[in-house]
Design a protein around this ligand. Structure first.
Ligand code: G3H
Ligand code: ZN
Length: 297
């Protein structure tokens, strides 16, 4: 299977981005893998600390290792939002393909020094693992929020991005460019959308010259995501949209037949509903390369 870096470069050349989807259980994992397999595009599976605790760090890594052996598409595993050195090291040792170091809640100087320390520790375990660092405020929680959290004062500047990359040695930068974790109620209802500062993304790309990740992608207007890819975004994280589909379809499935107790009969429609969301996002992220019948090796 190809490594993550060449795949990111190849997608970038094609004007596409790698879709990153968080999983907390087998239903979500089946949905994400099924969607990527149908469309035949590479996919990034993410597990935050909470998701990883529920699934099991080693179990998820072992699962993915096994799945990859039979897969005709490249599948990567990301340790999403690691908030401590210990958790970053644990994921690197467990065989994750990429580690997201997240000290973005700290003042930027402390964020830089803690991130640098984690990057060095990860590279000492495996120099090929891309390390991601985060700056700026993009809120917390892939959940439904009462109101939209917006912090325009804390958007990443190109100069901050340049300095942070230089100070830390990260391979991937996650900036704050109008993106936010989670969805406001109005976004779940579909009356509101997130918007991105696409010019800022282009400037950050130019100043930092590393791969860029967009966190908090759920509820973002399609056109902005398309423009963000052109401006330099390489990876797009989607989580809340999957969780909303998971919850709604589970409610529906349980409600349809209160006597049903066979798990796979209850859960199959849930896999299908989440898969539909993942498919539509993957199509958007890879629209520029649509129609290509690519053999991934
Ligand atoms: O790391 C995960 C994400 O950034 C997902 O954000 O829940 O807004 O899609 P989201
Ligand atoms: Zn995130």
């Amino acid at each position: 299977m190809p490594a993550l870096r060449p795949i990111l470069r190849q997608l970038e050349k094609e004007g596409a981005a790698l879709g990153h989807f968080n999983v907390a259980d087998l239903v979500l994992l089946k949905a994400v893998l099924g969607a990527a397999d149908d469309i035949s595009v590479p996919v990034f599976i993410g597990a935050s600390e909470g998701e990883r605790d529920f699934f099991g760090t080693h179990q998820l890594a072992a699962f993915l290792k096994d799945i990859r052996e039979d897969s005709h598409i490249p599948v990567f595993l990301n340790a999403d939002h690691r908030h401590s050195l210990v958790k970053a090291i644990e994921a690197a040792k467990a065989g994750f393909d990429s580690i997201g170091i997240d000290f973005s809640a700290l003042p930027i100087e402390q964020n830089a020094s803690r991130t640098k320390e984690a990057v060095e520790a990860i590279k000492a375990i495996n120099p090929n693992i891309p390390a991601e660092g985060e700056i700026g405020d993009i809120g917390t929680g892939s959940e439904i929020h009462e109101i939209e959290h917006r912090d325009h004062a804390n958007l990443t500047t190109p100069e901050e991005a340049r300095q942070f990359v230089q100070a830390t040695g990260i391979d991937v930068l996650a900036p704050a460019v109008g993106n936010m974790h989670g969805m406001a109620k109005s976004m779940v209802q579909g009356t509101k959308k997130k918007h991105l500062d696409v010019d800022r993304i282009a400037q950050i790309k130019k100043a930092s010259s590393v791969f860029l990740t967009l966190h908090g992608g759920s509820g973002t207007v399609d056109g902005d995501l398309r423009d963000a890819i052109v401006a330099g975004i390489n990876i797009i994280h989607i989580n809340t949209e999957l969780r909303v589909a998971w919850r709604r379809s589970l409610d529906d499935s349980l409600g349809r037949d209160p006597e049903q107790v066979v798990p796979y009969r209850i859960l199959r429609p849930v896999v299908d509903a989440v898969k539909e969301v993942v498919s539509s996002r993957l199509r958007l992220f890879t629209a520029q390369r649509a129609g290509e019948d690519k053999v991934w090796n």
